[in-house]
Design a binder for this molecule. Structure first.
Ligand code: HEM
Length: 370
C-alpha cells in the first residue's frame, strides 16, 4: 500500500504543478454539495456575514477566497486553504459519556462511520511538509438517522486572529514576495505589532515543535461551541482529539522527505489503525467564548469528558478518495451542538462553501474539457 501511495503521491505532486485531473462525477457531487451547503449558507447569511454582489464593499466569502488566491497563487481544483491533504476513513466509537453534555445523537453509545482528511495549512498543494508548522484534521461523523457532525481542527489550541476581517489583513501581510518567494518580514512584523493577539499563537508555536507525523498530533476545535443536554441546559465546550501514539517532534529524517506526513501515515496504517480520544472541555467562568485567540487555562478542576475513540483505519489520496468532495463546514452540526457566536465560525462556513464551489466548478470545467 505504501508503494501504491508513493506512486499516487508523485502523481499528485506532478498534477499540482499543472492542471488538475479529476473524475467526471462532479455534477452529481456539486448538487449534493449545494444542498448541504445551503444550511450553512443560511446560517452565515443570518449572521450577517454573506454579502450580495451589490454590497461588495463589505467583506464577503468571495473576498476572503480571493485573498487566499492572491496571497499564495491560484491552484485550480484544489482547496483554497489546506490544499495539501490526504483522505482517511474509519469510525468513531462513542462510549456514551458525552451524552451528559449534549443530546447530540453522535454522543449516544455506539459506532459511527467517519470520513476524514489530514492536511497542512496553505494554498499550495505541492508545498514541502517541512514548511508546515501545523497539522490539521477534518472529520465527518454520520449518525444512523443521517445527522452529521463536521469539524475541521488544527494542531494548536488557538487561532492567530479574532475576526475574519483581521484574517484577511493577515493574508495580505503574508503575501508572497516575487523577488524572495517569501512574505516580506517587515510587513509581517508590522501586522503583528498592530495585532498583539497574534502573540498567543506565535508563542505557542515557538514552544511546541510540530509533530513527526499526522498520527501523533493533538487536534483542537479552537472555537467554542454551545452544547445542549437532554434537559435543555447549555454549556460551552472546546474539544480536542488526543492521540494514543506518543508525541515526537519532527526530525531531520522526516524533513528530507517532502511528503513525509502522508508517507508516515500510510506506512503507520499498514501496521494497524491509529486512535485518538475525543476530549470535551467545559468552559469555566472567565473563559473566552467568542475569542479564538485566547487559551483556556489548564485548571485541575476543569470538567473534561472522554467521549469516545476515533479509529482511523485507511488512507487514500485526495485525488480519488472519499474526502475529495466534502466541504468540512464547521457549522454542519447535529441537534444538540450549536455555534457559539465566535465570529470566525460564520465566516469559515461561508468561505469554505465559496472555496468548495470554485473547486467544484473547476472540476466540471476540466471534466468537460477532457
Ligand atoms: C479556528 C480556526 C480555523 C481552523 C481550526 C481551520 C481549519 C481548517 C481545516 C482543517 C481545513 C481543511 C478542511 C478539509 O480538509 O477539507 C480548512 C480549510 C479551509 N479554511 Fe480553515 N480553519 C480556521 C479558520 C479559517 C478562517 C478564519 C478562514 C477564512 C475566513 C478559513 C478558510 C478556509 C478555507 C477557504 C478552506 C478550504 C475549504 C474547502 O475548499 O473545502 N479557515 N480550515
Amino acid at each position: 500500500m505504501a508503494r501504491t501511495f508513493d506512486t499516487l503521491s508523485k502523481c499528485l505532486r506532478a498534477i499540482a504543478q499543472t492542471a488538475p485531473f479529476r473524475s467526471s462525477v462532479t455534477v452529481r457531487y456539486a448538487s449534493i454539495a449545494v444542498a448541504v451547503g445551503g444550511v450553512a449558507y443560511a446560517f452565515a447569511w443570518s449572521a450577517g456575514w454573506v454579502t450580495w454582489p451589490s454590497q461588495r464593499a463589505r467583506l464577503s466569502a468571495e473576498h476572503v477566497v480571493n485573498a487566499f488566491e492572491s496571497s499564495a497563487g491560484a491552484h485550480p481544483g484544489f482547496r483554497r486553504n489546506h490544499a495539501k491533504g490526504i483522505c482517511v476513513t474509519g469510525r468513531f466509537e462513542s462510549n456514551g459519556a458525552g451524552a451528559a453534555l449534549s443530546r447530540a445523537v453522535v454522543f449516544e453509545k455506539g459506532v459511527l462511520p467517519v470520513v476524514g482528511r489530514f492536511s497542512v495549512p496553505g494554498s499550495n498543494p505541492a508545498q514541502m511538509d517541512s514548511a508546515a508548522q501545523l497539522r490539521s484534521l477534518a472529520l465527518r461523523l454520520t449518525a444512523n438517522d443521517g445527522q452529521q457532525w463536521r469539524t475541521a481542527m488544527n494542531s494548536a489550541p488557538v487561532f492567530s486572529v479574532r475576526t475574519p476581517d483581521d484574517f484577511v489583513k493577515e493574508l495580505g501581510a503574508m503575501h508572497t514576495d516575487k523577488a524572495t518567494g517569501k512574505p516580506d518580514p517587515a510587513r509581517l512584523a508590522e501586522f503583528d505589532a498592530q495585532h498583539p493577539e497574534t502573540r498567543t499563537l506565535r508563542d505557542w508555536l515557538a514552544n511546541h515543535p510540530p509533530s513527526s507525523g499526522f498520527g501523533n498530533a493533538t487536534y483542537y476545535s479552537i472555537s467554542a461551541f454551545r452544547f445542549i443536554d437532554s434537559h435543555g441546559a447549555a454549556r460551552y465546550i472546546r474539544w480536542s482529539m488526543v492521540p494514543e501514539t506518543p508525541f515526537r517532534p519532527v526530525g531531520d529524517a522526516e524533513r528530507r522527505d517532502p511528503d513525509f506526513l502522508a508517507h508516515r501515515l500510510v506506512t503507520g496504517l499498514d501496521g494497524g489503525p491509529m486512535r485518538w480520544h475525543l476530549m470535551l472541555a467545559v468552559a469555566q467562568p472567565g473563559d473566552a467564548i467568542t475569542d479564538s485567540t485566547r487559551i483556556w487555562p489548564q485548571t485541575a478542576d476543569r470538567v473534561r469528558v472522554d467521549a469516545g475513540t476515533l479509529v482511523i483505519e485507511h488512507a487514500q489520496t485526495q485525488i480519488d478518495g472519499p474526502c475529495r468532495n466534502i466541504d468540512f463546514d464547521p457549522l454542519v452540526l447535529p441537534a444538540g451542538i450549536e455555534p457559539s457566536g465566535d465570529p470566525l465560525l460564520a465566516a469559515r462556513s461561508a468561505t469554505y462553501m465559496e472555496s468548495f464551489s470554485r473547486r467544484m466548478a473547476e472540476e466540471v470545467h476540466f471534466a468537460r474539457g477532457r
